[in-house]
Ligand binder design. Structure first.
Ligand SMILES: Nc1ncnc2c1ncn2[C@@H]1O[C@H](COP(=O)(O)OP(=O)(O)OP(=O)(O)O)[C@@H](O)[C@H]1O
Ligand SMILES: [Mg+2]
Length: 334
């Protein structure tokens, strides 16, 4: 999906993702603070870039700050900058990343990793977009759009008292929850096609049905990044049709029980332990696993679960689990 005013392509055909993109389009051009939430590799950074590019600030800087990779003791000086002589080694004064991002966007990645003392400082900054450099006495005002990202729902950290509630509300003005890849398997064939074209444009590779089934039923803990890496790797060795044999071990032998436990555990966390959400997640995972174990034969899959075919179909439809025949046509049509 690639609207006219941005050069960042978020590849998706999934209904929920399209809904998210539509709502993001509505707020891209405002200064609203956005909080992106999703597991590793779901596309938080690509969304941050998309929002920046779709905004009036697109030609201004987008400054990415990986908060988890900056040592805690350096966070203040990195973000707010410092004055000459503020600490040993501060021979010259230096702008912080917030100043560098002036008139543009700052992407605060891994916001869930910020220690409590820094959370206070960030909150103070967000209140009026002002701060002082380390060792400075002058208030500096900046015009920046703040987008932050977290791998865990911050609400949970607030409950555990490791994240300040007031900062959470400041950041969570526009929450964007990006679903894991295993919950939008209709995106898998599209992404495979995209990455095959990207990594091996000259080879016209295609995925054979068994390999595709395995890719569709794998739980993708590393999400799109993991899929991208897998496709990159297989594209180096495959010549024409990609078979099961070319897939990594963990995908060929993905264990049904493990997938079930992983999906439900994540859902348990992400849904804030809401009964209906956890049950839906379990149903969804069971349907996917049954499809895998029955080689995508819906009648067999329904029988495996002890469901009537019509109930099985209703549930597959409810959870947007599209039939593999559809995937097959899609991928093999190249
Ligand atoms: N919908 C998508 N279309 C195309 N590429 C995607 C999509 N989603 C993710 N990617 C690609 O997958 C990789 C991982 O995405 P990204 O870095 O945005 O994930 P992330 O959520 O920020 O992960 P992390 O939490 O580990 O930082 C990137 O190479 C990105 O371009
Ligand atoms: Mg990221």
């Amino acid at each position: 999906m690639k609207p006219v005013n941005t050069s960042v392509a978020i590849i998706t055909r999934n209904r929920e993702m399209r809904r998210i993109i539509q709502s993001v389009n509505k707020i891209a051009n405002t200064t609203s603070t956005v909080l992106l939430i999703g597991e590793t590799g779901v596309g938080k950074e690509i969304f941050a870039e998309y929002i920046h590019k779709a905004s009036r600030r697109h030609s201004r800087p987008l400054v990415r700050v990986s908060l988890s990779s900056i040592p805690h003791e350096l966070l203040s000086s990195e973000l707010f900058g410092y004055e000459k002589g503020a600490f040993t080694g501060a021979g010259e004064s230096k702008k912080g990343l917030l100043e560098v991002a002036h008139t543009g966007t700052i992407f605060l990645d891994d916001i869930d990793d910020v220690p409590l003392d820094m959370q206070v400082k960030l909150l103070r900054f967000l209140e009026n977009m002002e701060f002082m450099r380390v060792g400075g006495i002058k208030h500096i005002h900046v015009d920046v759009r703040v987008i932050s990202a977290s791998k865990v729902p911050l609400k949970i950290l607030v409950r555990q008292k490791s994240f300040r509630e007031d900062l959470y509300y400041r950041l969570n003005v526009v929450p964007v929850i990006i679903p894991p890849l295993r919950e939008r398997i209709d995106d898998i064939p599209l992404l495979i096609e995209h990455f095959l074209k990207h990594y091996a444009p000259e080879k016209s590779l295609r995925i054979l049905p068994d390999a595709l089934n395995a890719l569709l039923s794998y739980s993708w803990p590393g999400n799109v990044r993991e899929l991208r890496n897998v496709i990159h790797r297989v594209s180096l060795f495959a010549d024409k049709g990609i078979t099961m044999d070319e897939l990594p071990h963990e995908i060929r032998h993905s264990d049904a029980g493990e997938t079930l436990v992983k999906s439900c555990r994540d859902c348990f966390v992400y849904s804030h332990v809401r009964f209906n959400d956890v049950v839906s997640c379990l149903e969804k995972t069971l349907i996917r696993l049954a499809m895998k174990n029955s080689h995508n034969n819906q009648s067999k899959a329904a029988r495996l679960l002890g469901l009537s075919l019509s109930t099985f179909r209703d549930k597959a439809k409810k959870y947007s689990i599209v039939t593999p025949d559809h995937h097959r046509n899609f991928v093999l049509s190249n």
